[in-house]
Design a protein around this ligand. Structure first.
Ligand code: FAD
Length: 413
């Protein structure tokens, strides 16, 4: 394999954010003998707001990253089917094998555990990992970044320098947002007007619950006025309940998750059955969610965005973590084979569009139905006519070719 100049110059790659995108990218690059430093604001294991549905294609990434055994033996739940419930209780099921033809199913595992396993693997393959360090300032010169200022949990400030930088900070896109506008290229992503941004703002909530009345091996999705939520077992006989709701509706319930569940989500008959005796085992986590879709992948010459920082797909597809690891995989390949940052950018953008454009578009259409009960009811009725429409829709939100087939046809990276 042709090695890039970036490596030949013994240069350093600095990745900020150790979620699935940053950690998997770090593992792939370290295994190719790059000098990689991974910066993470938190100390792992840490809880993370997420549906914790690990789609079956992710297992192929875990196998490649050599963490599959750790993930499968961590006590999570294998999921064979996702069932979507309209508010009136009408449902449609989507067998997980429709996603990629693999009958072993998806995995439901806490992000605390999944992200911890990936980070431990990164350490084992030689990545320099700095936890409890936040990237706070970019040291920028013209259209390039030279370094970062980091702040530790104790308030200490450090400077760190590198040749190539990766923003893997998730939806917050911390590095992208720190770029001084003077030196930056024009943003290629669509600029939303501020009013529509506020109207579209959503809030995500999540907690692990005991005493849910849920069948094993199933992930259930409930639609309700202004949002939807997903429930599935994770480790230790607990279930993860994660819901996304319009910010306006949250205000009406003083941001109290229990009130939202009882007064709004329980209007969905099935949610009321499964959750009526449930109790959270820790405080609810909440985050604001806005700005779905494609973002700028290469805001300045030597900065690349990966995972949610590069494109954010709707959570109900359960494929955000897959996109995070897939985008990391294609960026790693572009870095390994290309001699300079502009070539890396060219290859990364082309491959990113080829893999994700169609998925992002279809999900943006489905999002409209997800937040309007009448539409979700019509959609669920229409899709319950037979297997074919559901299969088509399930496939449309996934990779065009199953990950395992892609891997058979090219060298492991
Ligand atoms: C409500 C909701 C439910 C979801 N459910 C699912 C699901 O069931 N299945 C699924 O596949 N996807 C789901 N997703 C999407 C999924 O969570 C993301 O796609 C995935 O986490 C993206 O991974 P990432 O590595 O890009 O970013 P993240 O996982 O967000 O990781 C970013 C990391 O960067 C760190 N960081 C941030 N700022 C700094 C800084 N300044 N300095 C250093 N470190 C920093 C953070 O601490 C974090 O660890 C859901 C999303 C939401 C909002």
């Amino acid at each position: 394999m042709v090695k890039s100049k970036i490596q030949n110059l013994k240069s350093k790659i600095l990745i900020v954010g150790a979620g699935p995108a940053g950690a998997s990218l770090a593992i792939r690059l370290a295994r190719e003998n790059f000098r990689v430093c991974l910066i993470e604001r938190e100390r792992f294991p840490r809880p993370k707001l997420c549906g914790e549905f690990i789609s079956p294609e992710c297992l192929e990434h875990f196998r490649e990253l050599d963490v599959l055994d750790e993930m499968l033996s961590a006590g999570g739940e294998r999921i064979a089917e996702t069932v979507f419930y309209a508010p009136d209780g009408k449902s449609i099921g989507v067998p997980i094998r429709w996603f990629n033809g693999d009958s072993r199913g998806a995995l439901s595992l806490s992000r605390a555990e999944m992200d911890f396993q990936l980070l431990e693997k990164a350490k084992r393959v030689g990545v320099e990992v700095l936890e409890d360090h936040s990237a706070v300032i970019l040291l920028q010169e013209d259209n390039e970044i030279r370094g970062l200022k980091l702040r530790t949990k104790d308030g200490e400030v450090k400077e760190i320098f590198a040749d190539l930088f990766v923003d893997a900070t998730g939806r917050a896109r911390i590095l992208g947002n720190l770029i001084s506008r003077k030196g930056a290229k024009a943003q290629s992503s669509k600029i939303q007007n501020p009013k529509s941004k506020i109207q579209n703002r959503l809030v995500g909530f999540k907690a692990h619950l005991r005493n849910v009345n849920l069948e094993r091996g199933v992930c259930e999705i409930y639609f309700f006025r202004g949002g939807y939520g997903g429930l599935s077992y994770v480790e230790n006989n607990l279930a993860n309940f994660c819901f996304l709701i319009k910010a306006d509706a949250v205000k009406n319930f003083s941001s109290d998750a229990q009130q939202i569940i009882q007064q709004l989500i329980f209007q969905n008959k099935r949610a009321c059955e499964t959750l009526k005796n449930a109790e959270p085992v820790h405080d609810w986590l909440a985050v604001s969610v806005d700005g779905f879709g494609q973002k700028d992948l290469n805001p300045v010459a030597n900065l690349f965005a990966v995972g949610d920082a590069g494109a954010f797909i709707d959570p109900f597809t359960g494929s955000g973590m897959l996109m995070a690891m897939e985008s990391a995989e294609i960026l790693a390949r572009a870095i390994v084979v290309n001699p300079a940052a502009d070539k890396i950018a060219e290859q990364y953008k082309i491959e990113h569009a080829r893999r994700f454009q169609r998925r992002l578009f279809i999900c943006s259409l489905m999002r409209r139905a997800a937040f309007v009960p009448v539409l979700s009811k019509i959609l669920i009725s229409a899709l319950s006519i037979g297997d074919f429409p559901r299969k088509m829709l399930a496939r449309a939100t996934r990779p065009a070719v199953s990950v395992s087939k892609i891997h058979q046809s090219r060298k492991n990276l």
